[in-house]
Design a protein around this ligand. Structure first.
Ligand code: PEP
Ligand code: MN
Length: 335
């Protein structure tokens, strides 16, 4: 349930609502909005009687929240969430492109690619230092050394940094070094990791699990918000499907449906959906046309030598050409 306060409600009236919710044994989550404050009721095992609140001073409405995810739902918060990062914003009218290699391999590799993607208009550099690989024999990433390289990229280029955390230890390190913590498809339902991400003081990019339903994905985001971190960006990256023509099936329907169901921004990763570089531009264009809030794209200057995901990495000039096309498709609101 959501208790909506009058726009002139006093802090004392809001506190009284919070106190009543807590006295009932539930958790109160005040949500200040542009116009008015609302107070969410969480952890209530069954329906709450609206009459308990409707006669309290400053209360104008009590709205039942029907969805199983509460904090991420549009029912709880009508305005789009805008993710504020150093020097830029993501969400609503703010479109952001993140680009870089699948994995950080060396300082030269990372800096070469970072300079190229920056020149083409990307604002955030991606690159894994901790790689969750399907095979234990595949390249696992440089670990903390990779994070140090990413920090150097940030200092030298001014690009913000996103990188993946795979467990609570790496999450603590990633939160220290980077601007956005990535949680990968394979960890979307790693609830311990999600709770840790919810306690971090950095925004979290939550990829959709490779066979997760929309509800499971939003419930995973709910874990992060319920721990107190409201800065979550959802990322559609394709789901398992039949056929060998692409690595995954990019589920574009999630873009408008997430916008309906949730106030959180959603970006798209066409690279992991495609699995091959020729499909990345058309999928990126389709995602932009469907209304996503940003993209994350793999780029490598020597994809044939890449230690992971070379086949789906764009050459820097292909990325630059794609960025020009996308700017025509979506003329306003770029960061
Ligand atoms: C990645 O971004 O390199 C990655 C491993 O992606 P996903 O978790 O979507 O497979
Ligand atoms: Mn990859």
């Amino acid at each position: 349930m959501l208790i909506v306060m009058d726009k002139d409600a006093t802090p004392a009236q809001i506190d009284a609502v919070v106190a009543k919710i807590e006295a009932l044994g539930y958790v109160a989550q005040p949500m200040p909005g542009g116009e008015r404050t609302a107070v969410g009721i969480l952890r209530n095992p069954g329906p709450v009687d609206p009459a308990l609140f409707l006669d309290m001073p400053g209360v104008i409405q009590a709205i039942p929240v029907s969805r199983p995810y509460k904090l991420v739902s549009r029912e709880m918060k009508r305005e789009d969430t805008i993710i504020t990062l150093p020097g830029l914003e993501l969400g609503r009218e703010r479109f952001v492109v993140m680009a870089g290699p699948c994995a950080v391999e060396s300082e030269t590799q990372a800096l070469t690619i970072a300079r190229a993607v920056k020149a083409a208009g990307a604002r955030i550099f991606r690159g894994g230092a901790f790689k969750p690989r399907t095979s234990p024999y595949s390249y696992q990433g440089l670990g903390e050394e990779g994070l140090k390289i990413l920090r150097k990229v940030r200092e030298e280029t001014g690009l913000l940094i996103i990188t993946e955390a795979v467990d609570p230890d790496s999450l603590e390190l990633v939160a220290k070094y980077t601007d956005i913590i990535q949680i990968g498809a394979r960890n979307m339902q790693n609830f311990t990791l999600l709770r840790h991400a919810g306690q971090a003081n950095k925004p979290v990019l939550l990829k959709r699990g490779m066979s997760a339903t929309l509800e499971e994905w939003l419930m995973a985001a709910e874990y992060i918000l319920s721990e107190g971190n409201p800065r979550v960006i959802l990322c559609e990256r394709g789901i398992r499907a039949i056929g060998e023509h692409a690595r995954n099936l990019l589920d574009l329907a999630t873009i408008p449906v997430v916008h309906k169901e949730s106030h959180l921004p959603i970006i798209v990763d066409p690279s992991h959906a495609a699995g091959r570089r020729d499909l990345v531009p058309p999928l990126a264009r389709a995602a932009v046309a469907a209304g996503c809030d940003g993209l994350i794209i793999e780029v490598h200057h020597e994809p044939d030598k890449a230690l992971s995901d070379g086949a789906q990495s764009l050459y820097p000039d292909q990325f630059a050409a794609l960025m020009e096309e996308l700017q025509k498709l979506r003329p306003g609101g770029w960061h």
